[in-house]
Design a protein around this ligand. Structure first.
Ligand SMILES: [Mg+2]
Length: 258
C-alpha cells in the first residue's frame, strides 16, 4: 500500500457503510467517535433524494451517530449548488420531505426541471408539465439516474426511467449531479475546503463511491458491508486503495496511516 501521502480529509458514505436502514453496522458509532478525535476534516456524502438534510440528520442521530447538518453533503445539496450557479428556477419533482432544502431557491416561472425520486410526481400531468418546460429551452437536472431500488415490497422504479422518458421526448440531455459524478465529489470537497489527494473516501459501492472518488484523485476504501458483493474489489476495472471488512477497520487503518 502506498504510504506516506498526507491525509487531511475523510468522506464517508452513509447507507451500507455506517448503517443499513435502521440497523447500525457493528462498531461504527465508536469508530466515528475515534475518527472525530483526530484532526481530520469529515463529510458524510450520500445520494439520498427522498428526504431533506434535517430529516436525515434526525434519523442518523436517533441511531446514535452524533452528526450535524453542516457535515452532510447530499446529492440534493449538489443539485441545489448547480441550480443556483446556473440561474435555474426549477420545477421541483421531489417528495415533500425533500423540498425543504430548496426553500430559498426561486421556482416561479420555471426554466428547468429537477428530478429526484418522487413517486408523487411520476404521473402524466406532472411529467407533461415538465415536458413543456423542457420544450421551451429548459434545463433538465437529475439528482441521480438510478434505474430501480430495493423497498420492503420488492424492487421499485427509481428516478432514472422518468429522467430517460423526459430525455426521449425532448432530446434534452439531463445533467446528473449525484455520485459517481466528479462534480459531486468536487463540490463535497469544496464544502470542507479539502484537497483530493489528501482525501480518503469510505464506501460500500465500488462504482459510485470508490470509482467516483478515485476518478478525481482521492483514495477509496471499499467496505464489505451494505451492497458489497464478493469480487466487487476486482470488478468494473476499479482498484480500491484498500478493502476493509467494516467501517471500524477502515478507521483503524486510517489512524495507523496518520
Ligand atoms: Mg452506500
Amino acid at each position: 500500500m502506498a504510504a506516506g501521502k498526507r491525509i487531511s480529509c475523510i468522506l464517508i458514505d452513509l447507507s451500507g457503510t455506517l448503517h443499513v436502514e435502521n440497523q447500525v453496522i457493528a462498531g461504527s458509532i465508536e469508530a466515528l467517535d475515534r475518527l472525530r478525535r483526530t484532526n481530520l476534516k469529515l463529510r458524510f456524502v450520500t445520494n439520498t433524494t427522498k428526504e431533506s438534510k434535517r430529516l436525515l440528520v434526525d434519523r442518523l442521530n436517533n441511531l446514535g451517530f452524533g452528526v450535524r447538518t453542516e457535515e452532510i453533503f447530499t446529492s440534493l445539496t449538489a443539485a441545489k449548488i448547480m441550480v443556483l450557479k446556473n440561474n435555474i428556477r426549477p420545477m421541483l419533482m421531489l417528495q415533500p420531505e425533500a423540498r425543504e432544502d430548496f426553500q430559498d431557491v426561486p421556482t416561479s416561472n420555471p426554466n428547468g426541471v429537477l428530478v429526484g425520486l418522487s413517486p408523487d410526481s411520476f404521473n402524466y400531468q406532472t411529467m407533461n408539465e415538465a415536458f413543456r418546460i423542457l420544450g421551451n429551452a429548459g434545463s433538465l437536472i437529475a439528482v441521480h439516474k438510478g434505474r430501480y431500488y430495493k423497498t420492503l415490497e420488492g424492487l421499485s422504479l427509481g428516478p432514472g426511467p422518468f429522467v430517460s422518458a423526459l430525455e426521449y421526448a425532448t432530446g434534452v440531455e439531463a445533467k446528473v449531479v449525484g455520485k459517481p459524478q466528479s462534480n459531486f465529489f468536487q463540490s463535497a470537497l469544496e464544502s470542507v475546503d479539502g484537497l483530493a489527494d489528501e482525501t480518503i473516501m469510505i464506501g460500500d459501492d465500488i462504482r459510485d463511491d470508490i470509482g467516483g472518488a478515485q476518478a478525481i484523485g482521492m483514495r477509496g476504501i471499499l467496505v464489505k458491508t451494505g451492497k458489497y458483493r464478493e469480487g466487487d474489489e476486482s470488478a468494473h476495472g476499479i482498484k480500491p486503495f484498500a478493502v476493509c471488512d467494516k467501517f471500524v477497520d477502515a478507521v483503524d487503518m486510517i489512524i495507523e496511516l496518520l
